[in-house]
Design a protein around this ligand. Structure first.
Ligand SMILES: [Zn+2]
Ligand SMILES: [Zn+2]
Length: 250
């Protein structure tokens, strides 16, 4: 058995040609979990797995660039050719209300709960999915948002979700092998938003000391190589930028 993390999409905010917004596939053999479902990510997911093998969806927070494709997945699960069991939708508070409003299209209808069952998580929670432990930590963001750590068979990976710098993620990320950190901006300014610059992602990695830092959620108008260079001013370890199809064994 191999466990694998695959980038489906890593764009901040919006998709571009061939590049979906945030979405990641985690597989243990044939068993699969979708981590975030940004616009375009579900099409990438369906390029890679049999939908019947999807056991859960984990959503980091309610911003549309991380959860809008739950709608696409809902329609595929509900109206596709095969009968599919309901699966857990694991997310912090806020996600469910957004999706309920968006996907309840007939009065009294159940909407997305026909395909998904709510599993609310907050910082400090952990649970088992596809025989791996998933743990969560609240991040610095304008809405409830959770960073996620996956302890796999060979390695652990921590994904920061969207976050500003004003949170201590060490209780979650300490000792993690792979740190997937958002790096929305370059330079020294997050323009008043609760996000990270590449240097801030590098500073987080300098604390966590992962074997590999992967920068993700980079603004599509920025050059990822420059983001890597700026993070490398702070963190001396291996750094790469995320791209669709990137695979990490866990
Ligand atoms: Zn985002
Ligand atoms: Zn966000």
């Amino acid at each position: 058995m191999t466990m694998r993390f695959t980038v489906l999409g890593s764009n901040a905010t919006y998709p571009t040609r061939g590049q979906a917004a945030s979405g990641y596939l985690v597989e243990n053999g044939a068993r699969a979990v979708l981590l975030d479902a940004g616009p375009g990510s579900v099409s990438e997911l369906l390029n890679r797995i049999d939908i019947a093998h999807l056991e859960a969806v984990v959503i980091s927070h309610e911003h549309a660039d991380h959860c809008a494709d739950v709608a696409a997945l809902y329609f595929r699960m509900r109206y596709g050719p095969e009968a599919l069991d309901r699966i857990p939708l694991v997310a912090p508070q806020g996600v469910f209300g957004r999706l309920e409003t968006f996907l309840t299209y007939s009065p009294g209808g159940e909407g997305f709960r026909e395909a998904f069952e709510d599993r609310v998580v907050e910082g400090g929670d952990s649970l088992d999915l596809i025989s791996a432990t998933w743990s969560f930590h609240t991040t610095d963001h304008p809405v409830p948002s959770v960073a996620t750590r996956i302890d796999g068979l060979q390695a652990s990976l921590t994904y920061t979700s969207d976050t500003g710098p004003d949170v201590d993620l060490m209780p979650l990320a300490s000792g993690t092998d792979v740190l997937v950190a958002e790096a929305t901006f370059q330079g020294n300014d997050t323009l008043g938003t609760q996000h990270l610059t590449a240097r801030m992602a590098g500073a987080l990695a300098a604390q966590v000391k992962p074997g590999l830092l992967i920068l993700t959620h980079i603004r599509p108008d920025l050059n990822p190589a420059e983001s890597v260079a700026q993070a490398a001013e702070i963190f001396g370890g291996e750094i790469r930028s995320a791209y669709p199809g990137m695979e990490i064994n866990l």
